[in-house]
Design a binder for this molecule. Structure first.
Ligand SMILES: Nc1nc2c(c(=O)[nH]1)N[C@H]1C(S)=C(S)[C@@H](COP(=O)(O)O)O[C@H]1N2
Ligand SMILES: [Mo]
Length: 325
C-alpha cells in the first residue's frame, strides 16, 4: 500500500476497494438505525444546511459562484478526509484531529507586500463578509464531493496587505506541530505541508479562504480554523490549518512536488486528459452518491478544470497544459 521508497501513500484506485466496503457496511448499519458514528447526518438537500455539531458561522449564499448539484452528506464530508498530519487512512483525521488546538491562532501574511501583518483568527473572521459557496471538490485519487463552504475570496486578504509589483506567486503553509499532529513524525511529506498558486490564480474570485462548511466553523479534520479551497484544482492544493501566507517572486516548490515530482506539477488543474500519475483522471466517483456506498453507481466523467472552465480557462491561455500539469 505505502510506497516507502518514494515516500508516497496516495492509494491507487484498486486499493480504494476496502474503503468502499467499509462505506457499504456503514450504509447498511445506518439503514438499520445503528451507524450514526456519533455524528448527526443533516438533511443535505435543503439549501444552507447546518449540521448542528459546531458553532454556527452565518453566511449568505453566493449563488453565482455555487453549483446547484446535490450536496455531499455532512457525515461523509467530516469522516472521509485527507489530512496526513493526522494519519494516511481516510478515517484517521476524524479520529485523531481532536488534538488540534485552534485558539489562539494567528496567520502571518508576509513577503512581497507593502503591509505585512500578523492576523489573529478572530480578526480574519471579520475581515470580509462571509459567503456560502457550494463547490465541487475533486481529489486526485479519483473521488469527488460537493461541499457548501463558508468563507471569502482570498483576494480580500491579499488586497489588505497590498502586494508589491514583485509578487508573482503565493505560498501557504500549514501548522507545524508534531506533538499534536502525529503524522508529522512520518516522512511521507516534507513538513509543514506547503502549497502555492500563481498570483492571478490566488486573486481569482473563486479562490476561497474557507473558515467553515455546512453553516458552521470547520471541523478540525477539514482544516480548522482556516484552509484554502481552489475548486478547479485537485484537492491537495487546498492546504489546511494555514498559519503563513507568503507572497514571492519565484514559483514555490510544493510538498507534493518534492515528494513525487513526476506525479505532481505546480498547477495541478483538474484535467481528464492529463494523468501524470499511473492512474487515469478521466472519471471520478462522487462520494455519497447512490446506495451501498456507491459500489454499483457508475463513475462520472471528470470535466476540464472540474467544470469551472468558463471562469478560469483564460488564466491558462497559451499554456501547454500537458507540459505544465
Ligand atoms: N495540511 C494538509 N492539507 C491538505 C491535505 C493534507 O494532507 N494536509 N490533504 C489534501 C488533499 S489530498 C485533499 S483531497 C483535501 C481534502 O480535504 P477534505 O478532507 O476537507 O475533503 O485536503 C488537502 N489539504
Ligand atoms: Mo486529494
Amino acid at each position: 500500500m505505502r510506497d516507502r521508497q518514494r515516500g508516497f501513500s496516495h492509494p491507487i484506485p484498486s486499493e480504494i476497494t476496502p474503503q468502499e466496503v467499509w462505506r457499504e457496511r456503514r450504509q447498511l448499519l445506518k439503514a438499520a438505525g445503528l451507524g450514526a458514528l456519533g455524528v448527526a447526518a443533516p438533511e443535505a438537500r435543503a439549501g444552507v444546511a447546518r449540521a448542528g455539531t459546531l458553532p454556527a458561522l452565518p453566511a449568505s449564499r453566493n449563488a453565482a459562484l455555487s453549483t446547484t448539484e446535490p450536496l455531499t452528506p455532512y457525515d461523509d464530508v467530516v469522516s472521509y478526509n485527507n489530512f496526513y498530519e493526522f494519519g494516511t487512512d481516510k478515517s484517521d483525521p476524524a479520529k485523531n484531529a481532536g488534538t488540534l488546538r485552534t485558539r489562539p491562532w494567528t496567520v502571518v501574511v508576509e513577503g512581497e507586500v507593502h503591509r505585512p501583518r500578523t492576523f489573529d483568527i478572530d480578526a480574519l473572521l471579520r475581515l470580509a463578509p462571509m459567503q456560502e459557496r457550494v463547490y465541487r471538490h475533486r481529489c486526485v485519487e479519483g473521488w469527488s464531493m460537493v461541499i457548501p463552504w463558508v468563507g471569502y475570496s482570498l483576494s480580500s486578504l491579499l488586497k489588505a496587505v497590498e502586494p508589491t509589483g514583485n509578487a508573482k506567486f503565493v505560498e501557504y503553509t500549514t501548522l507545524l506541530d508534531p506533538a499534536r499532529m502525529p503524522g508529522q513524525s512520518d516522512p511521507v511529506l516534507q513538513w509543514p505541508y506547503h502549497e502555492g498558486l500563481r498570483m492571478d490564480e490566488a486573486m481569482h474570485p473563486l479562490t476561497l479562504l474557507a473558515f467553515g462548511l455546512y453553516g458552521e466553523v470547520l471541523p478540525n479534520q477539514d482544516g480548522a480554523p482556516l484552509r484554502m479551497v481552489i475548486p478547479w484544482k485537485y484537492g491537495f492544493k487546498g492546504g489546511k490549518s494555514i498559519v503563513r501566507i507568503r507572497l514571492v517572486e519565484r514559483q514555490p516548490v510544493t510538498s507534493w512536488m518534492q515528494s513525487v515530482p513526476s506525479w505532481y506539477g505546480f498547477y495541478s488543474n483538474v484535467n481528464p486528459t492529463v494523468s501524470p500519475q499511473n492512474w487515469s483522471q478521466a472519471t471520478e466517483r462522487r462520494i455519497g452518491e447512490g446506495r451501498f456506498g456507491g459500489l454499483f453507481t457508475p463513475r462520472r466523467k471528470t470535466e476540464l478544470f472540474n467544470g469551472y472552465g468558463a471562469q478560469v480557462a483564460e488564466l491558462y491561455r497559451g499554456m501547454d497544459l500537458r507540459r505544465e500539469f
